[in-house]
Ligand binder design. Structure first.
Ligand code: TYD
Length: 133
């Protein structure tokens, strides 16, 4: 998949409380190598303004809400995540930023690669150069 995509997750409704789940290569279209989460974000802060060369991600707002801004080098789209039963798939070679975190928000990020600082593109002009090649 080349485009960002909101993916609905299974929702098992239960009077005792609801349950959702994610399986690799199923709801999430890649093999999960890593999970990390972002929490205790002070008001007004933004995270993750960079691109990845290879890493794909799946982001879920497990609690609270935030915006994920995705830029493919040509156009920018903003996705508002505010439920724990859907997530945003982010293909590789996207510039992405997370902002407008609500109080007590919790962002779960599943990744297709282990952490590799060489996979990051921090310079926007370099990102544009690499994605338009
Ligand atoms: P970074 O991905 O740059 O966060 P953001 O893009 O939201 O600002 O990561 C911040 C720091 O955490 C950086 O020093 C690398 C480290 N880190 C890891 O060690 N492993 C990881 O899986 C991630 C995502 C970050």
């Amino acid at each position: 998949m080349q485009e960002p995509l909101i993916i609905e997750l299974p929702k098992i409704l239960d009077e005792r409380g609801n349950l959702s789940f994610i399986e690799q290569n199923n709801q999430v279209p890649f093999t999960i190598k890593r999970a990390y989460w972002i929490y205790d974000v002070p008001g007004g802060e933004c995270r993750g303004a960079h691109g990845y060369r290879e890493n794909q991600e799946f982001v879920v707002a497990l609690s609270g809400s935030f915006d994920v801004v995705i830029d493919n080098g040509k156009e920018t789209r903003t996705f508002h995540l505010n439920r724990s039963y859907y997530g945003l798939y982010i293909p590789k070679k996207m510039w992405r930023m997370m902002e407008n975190f609500s109080t007590n928000s919790l962002a779960l990020v599943l990744s297709s690669t282990v952490y590799d600082e060489n996979d990051y593109i921090y310079d926007y002009e370099q990102f544009k150069e690499e994605v338009t090649q």
